[in-house]
Design a protein around this ligand. Sequence first.
Ligand code: MG
Length: 350
Amino acid sequence: MPDIDFALSCPVPMGRNETVQLAHGGGGRCMRELIEGVFLPAFRSAPLEARHDSAIVSLGGARLALTTDSYVVHPRFFPGGDIGKLSVYGTVNDLAMAGARPAYLSAGFVLEEGLGLEELQRVVASMREAAAACGVELVTGDTKVVDRGKGDGLFINTTGLGLVENGLSLHPRAVRPGDAVLVSSDVGRHGIAVLSVREGLAFETPVESDCAPLTPLVQALLDANLSLHCLRDATRGGLATVLNEIAVDGGVGVEVDETAIPVTDGVAGACEMLGLDPLYVACEGRMVVFLPEAEANRALAVLRAHPVGLGASRIGRVNEGPKGMVTMKTRLGGRRLLDLLSGEQLPRIC
Ligand code: MG
């Protein structure tokens, strides 16, 4: 009998990319690989490895939350918001997810030669308004200009600093089997709103971004003395992606019920038309709350008392396992895995 080589090879090689791909910025599996392969090995530190929305650091006896984010959304103006508003709320929300009281912001602007000054002024005015709305002060900044054709008009980076009360620790590793999973309102609006202007689509029901500060909701939950375990805003990659992050980083299984996840008719219709899954479409004013089941109803009442949390819903629970996985009971009564996508359905969404 001739020797047969049984060395199997995958028909679709999963080769590693030699260059950065758009998917590396999508919040999914590719971005996780980039962080784990490049950034974490270079800068290893306890706050970084906690992989929370903000790093918690101690300085002079105070516990501070520190976070940074860059905004490259295209187009810069969309229904319900603009890059300026996004650059303030996005960073403030990441501070809020650590239970911090946001205090200060820095802003770095990368401007492309030829950008209209009137447009820049509109963006700056929008940032000022957003900062005032969430009680933060923009106290330092930087401006760089790149030559025409070497940028895309305007990119903004903001860094946020906030104060965390002693004893408060909201973290994926604090999530426990038996916890209830709540979402603060309907999901998928931001991504669809940006896409509608980017692609020139007119939907029967216009969709506005949910871009909003989550600070009042978080403060209300803290004031109600609820035993919060973890908060995470559902930005890039949408609800399904952040549930996966918590399942992996918390070492638990998350089970959700599709019928309990609020999606407006406008978003559902647009997603159906475009072949998108609303559970993976970005939000910019929605968060997931993990807390003991016994406190779920009280937390829902607190959320619903606020305009940004009107559509709050209990969407599932945390189980012992399968660890690192998110499963969903579908509308038809079946069960499916809500896996992490490799990239983002819609690039440059924030
Ligand atoms: Mg976040």
